[in-house]
Design a protein around this ligand. Sequence first.
Ligand code: PLP
Length: 449
Amino acid sequence: MSNAEWVARSRARVWNPCTQMKDHEWLPLVPIKKAEGVWLEDFEGKRYLDAVSSWWTNVFGHRHPHIVSSLKQQLDEIDHIMLGGFTHQPAVELAERLCTIAPPGLTRCFYADNGSSAVEVALKMSFHYWRNVGKPAKQKFIALSNGYHGETLGALAVGDTGLYRETYAPLLIQPIIVPSPDCYERRPGESWEDHTRRQFEHMEAALKKHAHEVSAVILEPLVQCAGGMRMYHPVYLTMLREACDRHGVHLIADEIAVGFGRTGKLFACEWAKITPDFLCLSKGLTGGTLPLAVTLTREEIYTAFYDEYRSGKAFLHSHSYTGNPLACRAALATLDLFADPTVLARNRQLAQMMWAGTDELRRHPYVAEVRQQGMILAIEMVKNARKREPYPSEERRGMRVYQYGLEHGVLLRPLGNVVYFMPPYVIDPEEIGLMCRIATEGIMEATSD
Ligand SMILES: *Cc1c(COP(=O)(O)O)cnc(C)c1O
């Protein structure tokens, strides 16, 4: 079967995520037959470098041999069993290991099967905790502007993602939205840290005013990924941890995108040496092989639910595939790979190469900023770099970079006018060179008129 045949069959029956399907009248779907390392290959042998780790999941490249062999072995033992009333070796071992490597004080793991669900779990647990300890008035959530926490109604509600949220607004709980510390918005000459500290005043004010009715603050540590890879200084996390403690409000760290080495440390919270009350993980957790998510929390929170059945305090939440043994096994294999101390050191070198490879773009008249946090590098295309005047979104400049990339064998998937790299950690220097070159050419092309 050729590419064209698979595309036709797909278009006849598959409804793709996050897509205006009519776009595929002119924008070809890309049918993939095979994936290995950083490379995807279509049915006619054309290869694409996966510069976005397949929606940020694939941290060690596609079909990593250690993950593949672990999964094959696991398949010979258990496929799936429910985790209600039952338990199994992969779920136990994974929870033990996560509690060892996570910020200190997180001792309990609640599994789900996708990132949005892990966020739902954290929101419900936080709310329910306050109810269990006799503070039922704490029902609201504080979230940051431009944040993203997933697509299910609860997770969507605490996000601030324009169109994605607006359409469904009548269905959603209303969070208290606080201006983000996003350092793209800093004043000329202002340092990231100064800007971040200044923006914290909004958070302090919101906590002061609303703490009595707030369960938790939720945020993405250091990088607002879906919101265009906007970044801020870790001092925000330090200040937030202190303020949440002072005001009696939980802190939910959504590390679904930034966890597992993306920012240069295993977890982004480590940059501020803080422990959140809830840590949501997914995406890189299984190395991008199988869906799995987990919400970690502290012993004291677990204990508030632990009581006689008739107390009605139990956390009655589940998903059919919660703690799937195969997915847990893939996660254990991924953690085996992180046990190698050279992984994060190598990432630092790769990150420097990505920085060096985008040098030309830092002087480009239609690039307002090139920013980076570890293995995330983002390039902000604008109509006028000096004035930071954005391109109208309907011009879809990012889409042109996407098309240019595909034509030239690199999968770049810009977020609006932000082109970014978030490659698997097994990318080599030559591949980084290719990725940077094609992105630079694509940006030249997309900003040429
Ligand atoms: C992707 C993402 C989610 C949602 O995860 P899904 O598995 O897509 O439901 C939540 N939060 C953040 C920060 C994400 O990047």
